[in-house]
Design a protein around this ligand. Structure first.
Ligand SMILES: [Zn+2]
Length: 296
């Protein structure tokens, strides 16, 4: 995955609150034992903690901006995205949203931007306060994606993924898949409290994987809407393999095997490794969001 060295990055789509102290409030999700359970149950990669009934609600404040907003200062050009992980996330967010800003209206919808909040350790959201242990997530309440970059290390060390830049892009694109679902009104289907291989929760997650694949198909042909330039110039088969490998690594069966020693499909919330790969690939193969009907 390569970006045009001279392309401009739009840091307004990412809010960098790493290093800022965000008071946690009472409603904390994710620490210690709870964190491990949340992990096993698959909050990881999910929809805001509140949506899965794990947050106790409460008075968590929204994340505040920080003077240490590194991405604003450091992530100006595609060359920065080719060199630095945080800038790469900015570029991926730009690319994903460039695509959906064009495509979603073609399908008759109105696209509204979703900001990605880069945080460290703990963050307050409209879905409650969360720690990094819950993994990246999308909060429908404030329409923001929350991401601690440390998760990408865990993707390798804890979940056994091969890693790679596109594995990270897949994670980001999956979360924006939830944003599309939120705009479409399908995201709430996951909130019936049911789990299991055929549950709505799993269908919603697999659809987000499929939408990530749809973006990937168009990533190197989607121009920046302001400049008309291509931001991403190269996406190889190896990159796609990294994405598929990450999708498998966070499959419910793999996570259950790893953390609880046995597979219990009745507790699935995100789908198996095979399903997650299959739906990412379906989106990538067809490039057509209409093919992402995981509810049929
Ligand atoms: Zn998800």
């Amino acid at each position: 995955m390569q970006f045009d060295d001279d392309a401009d990055l739009d840091t307004s789509e990412v809010r960098d609150v790493r290093g800022s102290r965000v008071p946690g409030g009472r409603a904390t999700v994710g620490g210690g034992i709870i964190g491990l359970i949340a992990l096993v149950l698959g909050v990881i990669f999910g929809v805001g903690p509140d949506q899965l009934g794990l947050s106790s609600g409460g008075d968590a404040p929204a994340a505040s901006s920080s003077s240490a907003a590194q991405v604003d200062q450091s992530c100006r050009k595609g060359s920065d995205a080719n060199a630095r992980q945080d800038c790469r996330i900015v570029a991926v967010v730009n690319s994903v949203q460039d695509y959906w800003r064009g495509e979603y209206p073609r399908r008759g919808g109105t696209y509204g931007n979703a900001t990605t909040v880069m945080f460290s350790q703990r963050v307050g959201t409209a879905c409650g306060s969360a720690t990094s242990a819950v993994g990246p997530f999308y909060c429908p309440g404030d329409r923001q994606v929350y991401l601690d970059l440390g998760f990408f290390d865990e993707l390798r060390t804890k979940f056994g993924s091969s890693g790679g830049p596109f594995a990270q892009a897949y994670v980001v694109a999956h979360e924006y898949g939830h944003h599309i679902q939120n705009l479409m009104g399908t995201l709430s289907r996951a909130q019936d409290g049911r789990t299991g291989a055929n549950s709505n929760a799993v269908r919603v997650e697999l659809q987000a994987d499929c939408y990530a694949g749809v973006w990937a198909r168009h990533a190197t042909t989607t121009p920046d809407e302001k400049t008309g330039r291509l931001l991403m110039t190269s996406l190889t088969d190896d990159d796609i393999r990294d994405g598929l490998d990450a999708a498998a690594a966070v499959g419910d069966d793999r996570i259950q095997e790893r953390f609880q020693g046995r597979v219990t499909p009745e507790n699935w919330t995100h789908g198996s490794a095979a399903q997650r790969q299959q739906w990412f690939y379906e989106g990538y193969r067809t490039g057509d969001m209409a093919r992402c009907n995981t509810f049929r």
